[in-house]
Write a protein that binds this ligand. Structure first.
Ligand code: SF4
Ligand code: SF4
Length: 331
């Protein structure tokens, strides 16, 4: 029988040991239904997930977070809407749990108040794409707000129109002293020209590989992740509803059970409603390009990768990528 130690040399085994003790129990929280942008293709608004009554009482948020902590959550991922519109709620999470904040970066968080909170800034391509999809070039603002911040990276959602044009975007990010992680747009509102064609995905995979080689200090990624997210395939299996690990536990009635994130929930801002998964409740899973779901898909399938040295090394690299994105291991 193949074992981890039989497949790895001492260096890789050390890398394996460094991540294998991490015992992440994450859940996702819609901090607010409001946003200071309205991006075309925003999964939150396009799927109507904001149609709940937002809880306004901070005490209720605090009690809710305490219950989540008691449920075993040890990583709170804050999304929205735009969470920085509700700093008191963000602080309630930050004071209780390791917290990651996803933001469009237009509002600067105070590092006096949140000294080591991980921040991921959404970016949808170069300035022209951003103007079409988001109404403004957010990078111009967010890069000034977060320049050189050691706990911040860009979450760059690559669109089909960006294929062949990623390099200048990565260079701008490197020049302002920040890191970047790449994922792909899932054109939830069917904006013309922003749906993926197979040849674009093929080209993008190799372009992402090139960026990782050219900017190893800036790009937090792995070539195996590039392969899986652009092909939707892992070890001969197709990504989709039957494989997705990022489904809210109480809504997961799949049989036989699927390997999944343990006790994962995504909660709405009323603190009572839960959403189907980590992204749009109305998205067709067959077209889903969600980066976190693909990353988690690989991570929860460790056993399937204990077949060859290369497969196991691929798995380790993806796990390291995840751990770096949350600063669980150093960049
Ligand atoms: S900034 Fe984020 S939450 Fe706000 S509209 Fe854009 S994608 Fe949606
Ligand atoms: S839309 Fe994506 S993340 Fe959500 S259940 Fe489907 S495959 Fe999973």
């Amino acid at each position: 029988m193949k074992t981890v130690s039989s497949l790895l040399d001492p260096i890789w085994y050390e890398r394996y040991k460094r991540i294998s003790h991490l015992n992440i129990r994450s859940s996702i929280y819609d901090v607010t239904n409001r946003c200071n942008l309205r991006c075309k293709g925003c999964f939150f608004f396009s799927s109507g997930e904001h149609h709940v009554t937002e809880e306004m009482d901070l005490k209720k948020w605090e009690a809710f977070i305490d219950k989540e902590k008691a449920r075993g959550v040890n990583l709170a991922i804050l999304i929205g809407g735009e969470p920085t519109l509700c700093m008191d709620r963000v602080e309630a999470f930050y004071n209780r749990l390791p917290t990651y904040l996803a933001t469009n970066g237009l509002i600067k968080i105070s590092r006096d108040r949140f000294p080591d909170m991980m921040v991921g800034i959404s970016l949808w391509g170069g300035g022209d794409d951003e103007k079409i999809l988001r109404g403004q070039d957010t990078f111009a603002v967010s890069s000034k707000n977060y320049e050189g911040d050691p706990y911040t990276y860009y979450l760059y959602t690559v669109t089909p129109k960006q294929v062949g044009k990623i390099e200048p975007v990565i260079r701008r990010i490197a020049d302002c002293g920040l890191k970047v992680h790449l994922q792909l747009l899932s054109n939830d509102e069917g904006v013309d020209g922003f749906s993926w064609r197979p040849e674009e995905l093929r080209d993008l995979r190799f372009e992402m590989d090139e960026m990782l080689d050219a900017f190893p200090q800036t790009v937090i990624s792995s070539k195996y992740y590039h392969e899986v997210i652009t092909t939707g395939m892992m070890l001969g299996r197709h990504f989709g509803w039957n494989e997705c690990p990022s489904v809210t536990e109480s809504m997961d009635h799949r049989r036989p059970p699927v390997r999944r994130l343990i006790h994962f929930y995504r909660w709405a801002a009323d603190l009572q409603t839960s959403h189907r998964c980590c992204t749009s409740a109305t998205r067709d899973c067959a077209t889903c390009k969600d980066g976190a779901a693909h990353m988690s898909w690989i991570m929860v399938n460790k056993r399937a990768h204990i077949v060859s040295t290369k497969d196991l090394q691929n798995w380790i690299e993806v796990y390291e990528m995840f751990a770096k994105l949350y600063r669980l291991i150093p960049w």
